[in-house]
Design a protein. Sequence first.
Length: 202
Amino acid sequence: MKNKILLDCTFRDGGYYNKWNFNLKLFSDYLQCMSVCKIDIIEIGFRFNSKKKYLGNFAYTTDRFLKNLDLPKNIRYAVMINAKEFYNLEKDIYKIFSFRKKSKISLVRIAINFDEFRNSKKIIKNLNNLGYEVGLNLMQAHDKNELEIIQKLDQIISDLVKDGLLDIANNLEIEKQKIAKQFNQAEANSQQIDIEDIIDNE
């Protein structure tokens, strides 16, 4: 049984360089490559809430746009949203997302700042109501230590449980355990290297 999920976000992240205006032939070639490589999930693009300026189709990745694309069946598809676009506008989720069963998207990842999870709870609940899996992309975490990250995840899990979002909380608990294990392994490897260095020096 696989214990790792491979998610590729080339088009979503690469769109910063061309305003998400990708050639569809290029996208088709990319999809075939990802299918051959057995990537589990492709984060196709963003689903921005605002359309005040021109951006390409992969900035909005609407269900209407996706219906016209020939997407390989052996891959799951995701989009990312910026939480800050929906603060005090949480009901807009229902405007730009259809029910999961009517969409080719199964996973929505939410980009949120490290200390702003509680501002995003209504967004998560609305997406959950529509049937989507929800992932959290905690930004500005690069300068946080292991303890701060684990404590933040514990806080998020606790809030999810209180809000009745048990499936998301359980999945996050599993991921937290994996992260904690990686931290412990990294610390053990670091200590082992230090001991080996001492032995070599002697």
